[in-house]
Design a protein around this ligand. Structure first.
Ligand SMILES: *[C@@H]1O[C@H](CO)[C@@H](O)[C@H](O)[C@H]1NC(C)=O
Ligand SMILES: *[C@@H]1O[C@H](CO)[C@@H](O)[C@H](O)[C@H]1NC(C)=O
Ligand SMILES: *[C@@H]1O[C@H](CO)[C@@H](O)[C@H](O)[C@H]1NC(C)=O
Ligand SMILES: *[C@@H]1O[C@H](CO)[C@@H](O)[C@H](O)[C@H]1NC(C)=O
Ligand SMILES: *[C@@H]1O[C@H](CO)[C@@H](O)[C@H](O)[C@H]1NC(C)=O
Ligand SMILES: *[C@@H]1O[C@H](CO)[C@@H](O)[C@H](O)[C@H]1NC(C)=O
Ligand SMILES: *[C@@H]1O[C@H](CO)[C@@H](O)[C@H](O)[C@H]1NC(C)=O
Ligand SMILES: *[C@@H]1O[C@H](CO)[C@@H](O)[C@H](O)[C@H]1NC(C)=O
Ligand SMILES: *[C@@H]1O[C@H](CO)[C@@H](O)[C@H](O)[C@H]1NC(C)=O
Length: 663
C-alpha cells in the first residue's frame, strides 16, 4: 500500500488534518496534537496503542494457553502487555492497552520498574518478581538511598490481565549489607544447570540476578537463589559478575565499554539450536554511561551488550561468571534495555513452526533521548518509542575460518572448543541473532521482486530498476568483496528521492557498517529534534577457506605463516606452520580462500530501520523521511575497490500486526 495523503489523515481535537507530503514540511512542532500519528508509525513492531513505551520486561509463555506475553513499561505508570500465538500478530492483553500492574501499594508507592516472570510460580500461576520503588530520583551518579528499590512479588490469576500484589513486604528489601550500590533493580529470574551443579541445588532451582553496580568500583550483577516453595525467600550468593568502571573487553572495539551501572541484565543458556537449560551461559546487559570517544557527556550514553562465558567457583569463594566473549547486541545509539524469555517448543507459536526451545529477546528503541536531541514533535506524533523485532538467539558457528590475526584478537567471538589449535582453520563461535523465524517468514511473504546483481568497481550511485512502493519493506542482499580495500565504502541508499536519502554501507577502514542519516529527513531542516547523527557498528568479515582439512585443520603448509588477513589473494600464501610433530609441513594442496560474504537483511517499518548482517550483527535506528516519493533504493559505492551485489530481493508492504486495533 502506498502512503498517501489520504492514508496519512489524522484525527485531532482540531478535526481532520491532512499533511501534504509533496510539499516541503512546516516546523512540525507548530502542528496540532496527533496530526503526525500515522506519519512514521510502524506496522509490525511491538508498541502500545498510543503513548509511551519503555523497557520491555515481564515476558512469559503461559503454560496453560501456550500464548507468549510480551510486556513493557508504559507511560512511566506501570506494565502493560500484548500476547501472541505466532510472533506475527499481537493482541492487547487489556482493552486499549491498559496496565496489568501500576504503582501505588505499600511496597511501591512511587513506581513499578522492570520485572520478570516465573511461569509456574506461586499457586502454580505466572509470578512476577519486580522492582518496587519507594523514592525517587534514582541514578548511578547520585548517592544511593537504601530501600528506594526493593524486589516484590505479584501473581496473575486471570491470564495476565492483572498481576495482584502479594500482601507481604518486599522479598528482597534492599541491597546486600555493606555494599554502596549504584543501582539495584530489574530482577531477572532464570534456571541454569551449571549453577545447580556447582551449588548442589535441585535441578531447576530458580535464581535471580539484580542489575546495578558499586560506587567507585564498577557495574555488576547480584546473584540470589530461591530457597522456599512460595518464592518468598531469596538467598544472596554474591556479586557473580562485575567489571571495573569505564573498562572495556579487549580494546573495546567489539563491545563498546562496560560503563558505570548495569540495568535489565538477562541470563540464559544457549546451544546451537536455541535455548537450553544445559546450554552455555549467555547474558544481555544494558550499560549506563557507555563511553564514546567523540561525545563529551558520560552520563547520557547507553549501550546494549551481550556476554558469554563460564562459571567458576574457587575454593571457598562465591560462584562467578567469567566471560570469554563480549559483543554488542544492537549497535544503535537508541537501542537499550533488551529483555528476553524462553519460548518453549510447546508454545502455540513453536508448535506451528516446529521450532525448538528458543530464547526470544526484544530490544527497546528509545526516542532520541540518549543522543541528547531535544524538541521532537512528541505531542504531534502521540506515541513514543517502540520495541524492535523479536530476535531468536543461539550459538552461531563460523566454520573454516583462516586462523590469522583477525581471529586472534579479543573480540565478540571465541574459537570453538573442538577446533585444532595447530590447524590453519578454526571454527568460531559467537552469539547468533536472527529475526524470529515466524516474523521473518511473514515479512518476506509480502509481494516481492528481485533486482539483478551487479559488480561495481568505481564510485557511483545507481538506482534500482524497481523500488518498493511503500516504506514498509525488507531488502535482502549479499555483497562479496574481493579485497580489503581500505577506502572502499559500499552498500545501498534507501528511502531516497532528490531531497532525501539514508545510506547504509560497509567500510573496511574500521570494519564498520555505517548509516549516514545526514539527508534522511527534510523535516530536520524545519524542526529541531529530528536526529540526523550517523550510526555505526563493527562487523568483522573473516577470511574463509573453501575447504578445510579434517578436524578443521587444513594444512596450507609451505613457507609462509598465514598470520595476515587475506588481501584478495587466492591460494595458500602462508609462512611455515609447525605441525603437531614439530616439523614444518610442506605444501599439501591448494586451498582457496575468500573474504566472508556480507549478507544483509534491511528492514524498514516506516520510521524504524533495522540492519541485520551475517546472523550476528544488528544496528537499529530511526529514519523519518518526509516526501511521499522518498522510496527509491540505489546501489551506493564510494572509493576504490570491487564489490559484487547478488541475491537482491525486496518484499514490499510487510503486514498489519494488530488485527484487533482500530486505527
Ligand atoms: C518527488 O516529489 C517531489 C515533491 O512533490 C517532486 O518535486 C519531485 O519531482 C518528485 N520526484 C519524482 C522522481 O517524481
Ligand atoms: C498512555 O498515555 C497516552 C497519552 O497520554 C494515553 O493516550 C494512553 O491512554 C495511556 N495509556 C494508558 C494505558 O493509560
Ligand atoms: C486501567 O487500569 C487501571 C489500573 O489497573 C485501572 O485503575 C483502570 O480502571 C483501568 N481502566 C479501564 C478503562 O479499565
Ligand atoms: C488487581 O490487583 C490489585 C492488587 O494488586 C487489586 O487491588 C485489584 O482489585 C485487582 N483488579 C482486578 C480487576 O482483579
Ligand atoms: C573512560 O575511559 C576512556 C578511555 O580509556 C578515557 O578516555 C576516559 O577519560 C575515561 N573516563 C573517565 C570518566 O574516567
Ligand atoms: C546530502 O544530499 C546532498 C544532495 O544530494 C549531497 O550533496 C550531500 O553530499 C549529502 N550529504 C551527505 C552527508 O551525505
Ligand atoms: C568508523 O569510522 C567512522 C568514520 O569513517 C566513524 O564515524 C565511526 O564511528 C566508526 N565506527 C566505529 C564502530 O568505530
Ligand atoms: C565441532 O563440534 C560440532 C558439534 O559436535 C560439530 O558440528 C562441528 O563440526 C565440530 N567442528 C569441528 C571443527 O570439528
Ligand atoms: C615469510 O618468511 C620469510 C622468511 O622467514 C620472511 O622473509 C617473510 O617476510 C615471511 N612472510 C610473511 C608474509 O610473513
Amino acid at each position: 500500500m502506498k502512503i498517501t495523503a489520504v492514508s496519512a489523515l489524522a484525527i485531532s481535537g482540531a478535526g481532520v488534518v491532512a499533511q501534504d507530503y509533496n510539499a516541503p514540511p512546516p516546523d512540525l512542532a507548530t502542528l496540532p496534537a496527533l496530526s503526525l500519528f500515522e506519519t512514521w508509525r510502524p506496522r509490525i513492531h511491538v508498541l502500545p496503542p498510543n503513548g509511551q513505551i519503555g523497557d520491555p520486561c515481564a515476558h512469559y509463555n503461559d503454560p496453560n494457553t501456550g500464548l507468549f506475553h510480551v510486556g513493557f513499561l508504559h507511560n512511566g505508570t506501570g506494565i502493560a502487555s500484548v500476547l501472541t500465538d505466532d510472533l506475527v500478530h499481537y493482541y492487547d492483553v487489556n482493552p486499549n492497552g491498559n496496565y496489568s500492574i501500576v504503582a501505588g501499594g505499600p511496597n511501591d508507592p512511587v513506581a513499578v520498574f522492570d520485572g520478570s516472570v516465573i511461569p509456574s510460580g506461586v499457586d502454580g500461576k505466572p509470578t512476577l518478581l519486580y522492582t518496587s520503588v519507594s523514592s525517587l530520583p534514582i541514578h548511578w551518579t547520585l548517592p544511593y538511598v537504601r530501600g528506594s528499590e526493593s524486589q516484590s512479588l505479584a501473581v496473575t490469576y486471570d491470564g495476565g490481565k492483572n498481576f495482584t500484589k502479594l500482601q507481604i513486604p518486599p522479598v528482597i528489601p534492599e541491597p546486600p549489607a555493606g555494599l554502596d550500590v549504584t543501582g539495584f533493580r530489574d530482577p531477572y529470574v532464570f534456571q541454569n544447570v551449571e549453577l545447580d551443579q556447582s551449588l548442589d541445588n535441585a535441578e531447576g532451582t530458580w535464581y535471580t540476578i539484580i542489575s546495578g553496580g558499586l560506587h567507585n568500583i564498577g557495574p555488576g550483577m547480584f546473584l540470589y537463589q530461591n530457597t522456599s516453595p512460595d518464592y518468598e525467600q531469596w538467598q544472596y550468593l554474591g556479586e557473580w559478575f562485575h567489571e571495573p568502571a569505564n573498562s572495556t573487553w579487549g580494546n573495546g572495539d567489539w563491545s563498546k565499554v562496560f560503563g558505570y551501572n548495569w540495568e535489565t541484565s538477562n541470563v540464559f543458556g544457549l546451544d546451537r539450536e536455541g535455548y537450553s537449560y544445559t546450554g552455555s551461559p549467555f547474558m544481555t546487559i544494558a550499560v549506563e554511561s557507555s563511553y564514546v570517544p567523540i561525545q563529551p557527556s558520560v552520563s547520557s550514553l547507553h549501550a546494549q551488550l551481550w556476554a558469554a562465558g563460564g562459571l567458576s567457583t574457587a575454593e571457598g569463594e562465591n560462584v562467578e561468571f567469567v566471560p570469554n566473549m563480549v559483543g554488542v547486541f544492537d549497535w544503535g545509539l537508541s537501542s537499550y534495555a533488551a529483555a528476553g524469555k524462553l519460548l518453549p517448543k510447546s508454545s502455540q507459536a513453536s508448535t506451528s513452526s516446529s521450532a525448538p526451545d528458543r530464547f526470544i529477546s526484544y530490544v527497546w528503541l528509545t526516542g532520541d533521548v540518549f543522543g541528547g536531541v531535544v524538541g521532537f514533535p512528541a505531542a504531534q506524533q502521540g506515541w513514543q518509542n517502540t520495541l524492535l523485532l523479536p530476535r531468536e538467539l543461539y550459538v552461531k558457528t563460523i566454520p573454516n575460518v583462516v586462523n590469522n590475526i583477525l581471529v586472534q584478537e579479543t573480540g565478540s567471538w571465541r574459537v570453538a572448543a573442538n577446533s585444532t589449535s595447530t590447524g590453519d582453520c578454526v571454527e568460531l563461535e559467537t552469539l547468533g541473532i536472527d529475526i524470529a523465524r515466524e516474523t521473518y517468514d511473514a515479512m518476506t511473504a509480502a509481494p516481492s521482486f528481485t533486482e539483478p546483481g551487479r559488480t561495481l568497481t568505481t564510485g557511483g550511485i545507481i538506482p534500482f530498476r524497481r523500488s518498493p512502493e511503500t516504506r514498509f519493506f525488507v531488502l535482502n542482499a549479499e555483497i562479496t568483496l574481493t579485497a580489503r580495500a581500505p577506502n572502499l565504502q559500499t552498500g545501498f541508499q534507501i528511502l531516497a528521492s532528490e531531497f532525501e536519502s539514508t545510506t547504509i554501507y560497509y567500510q573496511f577502514s574500521n570494519e564498520s557498517i555505517m548509516i549516514n542519516r545526514y539527508n534522511t529527513s527534510a523535516a530536520a531542516l524545519t524542526t529541531s529534534g529530528i536526529d540526523e547523527s550517523p550510526e555505526s557498528g563493527r562487523l568483522r568479515l573473516f577470511d574463509i577457506m573453501d575447504t578445510c582439512g579434517a578436524h578443521g585443520g587444513h594444512k596450507c603448509g609451505g613457507n609462509d605463516v598465514d598470520k595476515q588477513p587475506d588481501h584478495g589473494s587466492i591460494g595458500c600464501k602462508s609462512n611455515h606452520t609447525t605441525d603437531d610433530d614439530g616439523s614444518n609441513s610442506q605444501l599439501s594442496g591448494i586451498g582457496k580462500k575468500h573474504i566472508e560474504t556480507l549478507s544483509l537483511t534491511i528492514v524498514v517499518d516506516n520510521s524504524v530501520l533495522e540492519v541485520y548482517a551475517n546472523s550476528r550483527f544488528v544496528l537499529s535506528t530511526w529514519v523519518r523521511p518526509w516526501y511521499e516519493n522518498s522510496t527509491e533504493i540505489r546501489f551506493f559505492q564510494n572509493g576504490e575497490g570491487e564489490a559484487s551485489f547478488s541475491n537482491i530481493r525486496i518484499a514490499d508492504g510487510l503486514y498489519d500486526a494488530y488485527p484487533d486495533r482500530s486505527q
